[in-house]
Design a protein around this ligand. Structure first.
Ligand code: TXA
Ligand code: MG
Length: 308
């Protein structure tokens, strides 16, 4: 299924979901809304299908994928669930939480999904379209964010097309996503300890040790808009497009009222708009480190890091 040149976009209604299920069954690539960002899905049990994800995104093959499932029962086919892991799944699934767990040897996942790691990342998303799709198929879905590797994540179907048109089979349009930043990733170790690998919409009360690149997508430069980004700005230089927050008015604002949840939902749309603007540089107002503000600042730091 490589060398595509027509990408269809359909509403994520019953008919669209049935069509997506057929394409996925035959090994194709479909962009699907989740409550965080749009994912680029392929069947996780097919080496050929998974290879097309890496090719369409230009993703390095050392960066493993999240496996999307209906629920903890399906997830348990692919990973060892300790009591601590099961408690997290029961508390937060379906939802914006990804669990990194010991991989089961007999799991039947394509090798490339886990990029040689002894662990596998699993998530049961809450978005009704993604849930309906997972009910309609018998295999789990490998799905990274539906953008070219290293660039801004997609929170609308139009963002997906801007990045991947002609490289994938179908986009299911479910409108703008609500949470706006990628899922919180938590590793549950054999001894029951938990470590946050990526901050996200959900606070699970653990914070990463810092500096770890165990989640390879956590490399310094990521989510890059292709222009220099200056953080903590209270006003714009003449050549800057300013993304505001709270009292800092910008060309656009993450949230005029200073609401971090609204800011998360609008983050990538604002970065896409700044990337398209005619000014050569981007400035972003300070965002507090409270709640999902931690995830926003994590993504902004990576968007601002030089891509060497
Ligand atoms: O909200 C999300 O998580 C979205 C939606 C589509 O589900 N997906 C997403 O996927 O953000 P992606 O590929 O952009 O980011 C997945 C992250 C990467 O940083 C990857 O390195 C990490 O998960 N990851 C995957 N498997 C892992 C593993 N076994 N151990 C550690 N990190 C892993
Ligand atoms: Mg991504």
């Amino acid at each position: 299924m490589s060398g595509k040149n027509v990408t269809d976009m359909v509403l994520a209604d019953a008919e669209g979901i049935a069509r997506a299920a057929r394409i996925l069954e035959s090994g194709g690539l479909v962009a699907v809304p989740t409550e965080t960002v749009y994912g680029l899905a392929a069947r996780a049990d097919s080496a050929e299908a998974v290879a097309t994800i890496y090719a369409a995104k230009g993703r390095p093959d050392f960066n493993p994928l999240i496996v999307h499932v209906r629920d903890a029962a399906q997830a348990a086919e692919y990973a060892e669930f300790s009591p601590a892991a099961l408690a997290l799944a029961e508390a937060h699934w379906p939802g914006p939480l990804t669990l990194v767990l010991p991989r089961r040897g007999d799991a039947g996942l394509a090798e490339a999904v886990t990029a040689q790691l002894p662990t596998v990342a699993l998530r049961a998303p809450a978005h009704p379209a993604m849930r309906a799709l997972l009910e309609a198929i018998e295999f789990p879905l490998a799905a990274p964010s539906a953008n070219r590797s290293g660039f801004i994540s997609p929170t609308t179907a139009a963002h997906v097309l801007a990045s991947l048109d002609g490289r994938i089979d179908l986009v299911l349009d479910g409108g703008p996503t609500t949470a706006g930043v990628e899922s919180t990733i938590v590793a549950v170790r054999a001894d029951g300890s938990i470590e946050e690998l990526r901050p996200g919409p959900l606070a699970v009360g653990v914070q990463g040790g810092g500096g770890s690149i165990e989640a390879p997508g956590q490399l310094a430069s990521h989510y890059a808009p292709g222009k220099p980004v200056r953080l903590g700005a209270t006003e714009a230089e003449p050549d800057e497009f300013l993304i505001g927050f709270g009292p800092v008015e910008g060309d656009v604002t993450l949230s005029a009222s200073g609401d971090v949840n609204e800011a998360a939902a609008r983050l990538y749309a604002c970065l896409h708009e700044a990337a398209r603007a005619d000014r050569p540089r981007i400035a972003v107002a300070p965002v507090p480190e409270k709640g999902v503000g931690r995830a926003i600042n994590d993504r902004l730091r990576r968007a601002a890091a030089p891509a060497d």
